[in-house]
Every structure is written in C-alpha cells, then in structure tokens.
Write a new protein. Sequence first.
Length: 185
Amino acid sequence: MNDSIGLYLNDIGKVSLLTAEEERELSRVIEAGRDAAERLANGEKGAALKAAVAKAADAKDRFIRANLRLVVSIARRYPLPQGMDLLDLIQEGNLGLEHAVDKFDWRRGFKFSTYATFWIRQAIGRALDQKASLIRIPGDRSASLRAALRQASGDGETLDVGNAELHRLTTPVSLDKTIGDDGDA
C-alpha cells in the first residue's frame, strides 16, 4: 500500500462514525444554516444568522469527515485504469459525498450511507468516464457502455443490448464522417 494512502486511512480511521440520531441532528443544523445563508443573501442582518451559517459549516465538515471511510470502501471496488491512482478515485468520491451531504433529507428516514452511496458511485463513475480514456465518451453512451459491460461480466441485471449495440457504443467514429441525408457535415 502506498504511504500516502496509508496515512490517509489512518487519519480518517480516527474519526468516529455517526449514529442515526447524530445524522439527523447534523442534517437539521445544516438545513438551518442553509436557511440562514439565504436570509443573509436577501439582505437580513444579524449575528445569529452568521452564527447559524458557521455552525452549519462545522456540522457539514463533521458529517463529511465521519463518512470518508464509506468513500474509500466504494472506491476500492473500482478497477483502476492506467494513469489513475486510488487517491484520485477517493477524491472524486469525496466530491460525491459532499453533494450527498448537501442534498440529504433527514425527514425521509433513510440512513445517510444508503443515500450517499448513489452520489459517491456517480461521482467516481463520471471521473472514470472523463479521465480514464484518451477519448472522452459522452455521459449517456458511457453509462450504456458500463451497463453493457456489467451485464457481460455477470454483475448486473440482464439488459436487452445486442452485440451490434455493444459494438456501436465501443467503436470510435471519425469526426470527418458525414451526418444526415444531404451529405452536409
């Protein structure tokens, strides 16, 4: 294991996990801070609003730090393409975790880790799509390709993707190829 990865894992291992009640409380504080920031942006003034925004930033930081191990466990499941390091995937997953903290609605009753897994996987998948290949494939095609490859490896649900469609998704197309019936590019 790389020294930097080991140091990172030791550092995040020191942070205690959150209970369900702590998740709800931190989410409430973050939501109150978001409301206070909106009120400040609308011209209201007050030390209490500024204090609520600062408290929300601290709560968001605590929420993120307590869930960094989730990002590592998800990032480790992905094969590393040439030129990418595990820390790169972890960093992209951390961006997804931050987005999940911003979007989490504690009123729905879900565990945060269940909700955050989607956003972390999406961020890592997009990073792999954009940075792992010399040729960037559009997001929709890349998602179709990943689904087809997952099906081919037996890890995913059965899809109605034939060999022709799989070939179409994986074959590069020249930029000089004409598009349309009239021959205009």
